[in-house]
Structures are given as C-alpha cells and as structure tokens.
Design a protein around this ligand. Structure first.
Ligand code: CAA
Length: 389
C-alpha cells in the first residue's frame, strides 16, 4: 500500500493550485454576487487542458488518470466552485461518456472539440418530475427510421446556456421502462432546442443552470450513444464516475475552508492571544483536519479504483456522501471561526458554505448515495472491491 502521490500527481496538483489562485481567485466574489458567467476563466481552463484532462491525447485531451483529475478538481474547488462544476460536468460526464461509449465518428466530431474547451457540454438527465427517480423519464424520442424526434423538458442543467453539446437522456419505448431509454448527442443550435431562464441559486452562482426545452428536435440516428436501450445504463455508469468529481469538489470546498480558517485563526487575536491558541477554536480545526483527511482517503481511493479498472460504484457513492457532508459541516464551522467576518463576502467562507450545499444534492443526493451503498450492504457485499471491471 502506498499513500504517496507520484511526482506527476504532485505536479498536476501544484499547477492546478497556481492556476486557481492566479486565474480564478481575482473577481470570484463579484462573479458570484452578480451571477456573471466566468467566460474568460473557462477559456483559460480550456487552454491549460483542465476541461479534457482524462480524454486520450489522440482526441486532444490530456491523457491523464482520474487521480490527476481529482487533484485538479480539489484545488479549483478551494477557490471557485462555479468554475469547478463547469470543469467537472465537461470532464467526467460529457467527455468521459462520449469517449467510453461513443462511436469513433462521435469522438472525432464532438470529443475533439469538447476536450479542448472549444465547445462545452451539458448532461441532461433531470426533469421537473424525474430527479432522484431517474427512470421516470418523460422526455421522449420517437424513432422515425433515420432519425429520432425529441420532445420534452430538462431542468437543473449545468452549462445549460453556454454549451454547444447536450447529452440528452430520453424515453424511446415507454413499455420497456428503463430498458427503453436512450442517450443522444444533441447540438444546441439545432431547431427546437430552447434555453430557459438562468436559475438564481444559493451557491455556485456564476455557473449557468437552466431549464432546457426540446420541441420536435430532429436527432440523426448516428447521434444515439450505444445500442438501443442503453441510455439508462449510460446515465448511471457516467454518473458513477461523475460522483468522484463532485466528491473531489466537496473535498476542495472543505479544504479551502480549512486553509482560510487556519490562517485567520493565526491572525485574529482575542483575550490577549491568537484565537488558534484558544481550545474552542483549536478543537474545531482539529476536527476539520481529521474529517478532511478521512474524506480524502475515500475520494482518492475511489479514483484509484477507477484507474485500476476495478469496480468503483460503491466507492464513488461513499466518497461523495462523506465528502459532501464534511464540506457542509465544516464550512458552517469555518464561518463560526471567522465570527462576524465569516458572515460577509470578503472573507470567502460564506460563499464556500453556500457552495457546499449543492454537493449534497447534484449528481445524486446524499439519500441516493445511501440507496446505492445500502443495496450493496443488503446483498452482503463487503466493502473490499477487488473485482476487475
Ligand atoms: N452502473 C450500471 N448500471 C446501473 C447502475 C450503475 N451505477 N445503477 C443502476 N444500474 C442499472 C441496474 O443494474 C438496472 O439494470 P437491469 O434492469 O438491467 O438490472 C437499471 O440500471 C435500473 O437500476 P435500479 O433498479 O437500481 O433503478 P432505480 O430506479 O432503483 O434507481 C437510483 C436507482 C440509484 C436511485 C438511480 O435512479 C439514481 O442514481 N438516481 C439519481 C440520479 C442522479 O444522480 N441525477 C443527477 C442528475 S445529473 C447532474 O446533477 C449533473 C449536473 O448538471 C451537475
């Protein structure tokens, strides 16, 4: 067993940390307050290779492993979670989904542009009445021979207003329930694709989250992903990897709150000494450090399992469940450590606290992660996944 990061991983971590501090930190408060999309920052992320990190080099990606991606997500998320969710959806849902299950023609046409950030992608599964209950898809795609006709509404779509490509999950044969679901690559400038109003959110406010309406959209048959009926499995398998990205985001949020709180506790004095020397504060920081370290083990291990081509389904749910709970709990504590200063935007921790909440909700709520984990527990499966995929 080796708990050390390789030189390559350390280099990725360092470059992501430098990028986040230099490129994302300036203006992060204003972008969050004004719901201003980080156009320039996303462009720079693409130029630096952060939007297609795991995509093979032959399609223009970084050819890196999941562990590298997790380390980069963690550093970005200490600073700007609007940028890190844009990065996460593009990398682990859209690019990974197309590279793993798409045809060569789909990869040439779409992946090459998505991997460099020239195009941004969105993952369109959730509907007004199908969130956690993802099999209850109401969006339909009717098979017309050489194309499908797509109709329906998707909501809570990250990158909804800025994406050029949507991966849309739709029901093609309602009688077959989840086995009659398919996934399609849809270009957003096709006739019948309409972007609804931008959501005004509690956190990750400068990312663009929209409702999307599809009305009689003609989708060529070659844009279906996988065999007929593969769509629900596609969504689940893709989300299983996506959850590692969100777990890394949560880990970064907790880590960012910890770093800010520790620095503040050294600077701020009360009752004649820095507050880090008061046990009330020191113990909070000790609990934070311990929980973050535990979350880190789960997150890094789930990435490692994926990189070893081993089953990571339960591991990614555990990582997301635990890391998001740690992020929520300790960003609240970070605000408390900062006192009144924690309640104002300038000190960053209130934003991290608001951002933490969504990590318990998107890409499967904490309750959905408990469903995934408890089903394995009920089957009597020990959490020692040694089977190769
Ligand atoms: N990998 C592969 N296959 C899977 C799977 C997985 N992780 N999970 C389920 N499946 C398969 C099952 O094996 C089953 O297939 P068979 O019938 O062939 O055996 C099929 O899918 C149906 O599975 P279930 O019976 O378990 O389905 P269920 O209705 O009980 O739902 C659930 C299970 C875990 C609750 C699932 O619906 C789920 O994950 N819901 C949450 C959806 C979600 O995460 N949404 C997030 C939206 S995307 C987003 O947030 C992106 C963004 O913009 C940030």
């Amino acid at each position: 067993m080796n708990f050390e990061l390789s030189d390559l991983h350390l280099a990725v971590q360092e470059s992501a940390r430098t990028f986040a501090q230099k490129e994302l930190k300036p203006g992060v408060i204003e972008r969050d307050s004004g719901m201003i999309y980080p156009t320039e920052q996303v462009k720079r992320m693409g130029e630096q290779g952060f939007l297609g990190m795991m995509v093979s080099e032959k399609y223009g990606g970084g050819g890196m492993d999941t562990m590298s991606y997790v380390l980069a997500m963690e550093e970005m998320s200490k600073v700007d979670n609007s940028c890190s969710v844009i990065m996460s959806v593009n990398n682990s849902l859209v690019c990974w989904g197309i590279e793993t299950f798409g045809t060569e023609a789909q990869k040439q046409k779409y992946l090459t542009k998505l991997a460099t950030g020239e195009w941004i992608g969105a993952f369109c599964l959730s509907e007004p009445e199908a969130g956690s209950d993802a099999t209850s898809q109401r969006t339909t795609a009717v098979d017309m021979g050489d194309h499908y006709v797509l109709n329906g509404t998707k909501n809570w779509i990250t990158n909804g207003g800025t994406s050029k490509v949507h991966l849309v999950i739709a029901q093609t044969d309602p009688e077959k329930k989840h086995k009659g679901i398919n996934a399609f690559i849809v270009e957003t400038d096709w006739d019948g694709v309409e972007v609804g109003a931008k959501e005004d959110k509690l956190g990750i406010r400068s990312s663009d989250t929209h409702t999307i309406m599809y009305t009689d959209v003609k989708v060529p048959k070659e844009n279906r992903i996988g065999e007929d009926g593969f769509g629900f499995k596609f969504a689940m398998k893709t989300l299983t990897g996506g959850r590692i990205g969100i777990a890394a985001q949560a880990l970064g949020i907790a880590g960012g709150a910890f770093e800010l709180s520790t620095a503040y506790a050294h600077e701020r004095a009360a009752f004649g000494k820095p507050i880090i020397n008061h046990q009330a504060i020191a113990f909070k920081l000790a609990d934070m450090a311990t929980d973050i370290e535990a979350a880190k083990m789960l997150v890094y291990r789930s990435a490692w399992l994926k990189d070893q081509n081993m089953d990571y389904t339960t591991a990614s749910s555990m990582a997301k469940l635990y890391a998001s709970e740690v992020a929520m709990k300790h960003t609240v504590e970070a605000v408390q450590i900062h006192g009144g200063y924690g309640f104002v935007k300038e000190y960053h921790v209130e934003r991290l606290m608001r951002d933490a909440k969504i990590t318990q909700i998107y890409e499967g709520t904490s309750e959905v992660q408990r469903i995934v984990i408890s089903r394995q527990v009920a089957k009597g499966n020990l959490y020692v996944p040694t089977n190769k995929l």
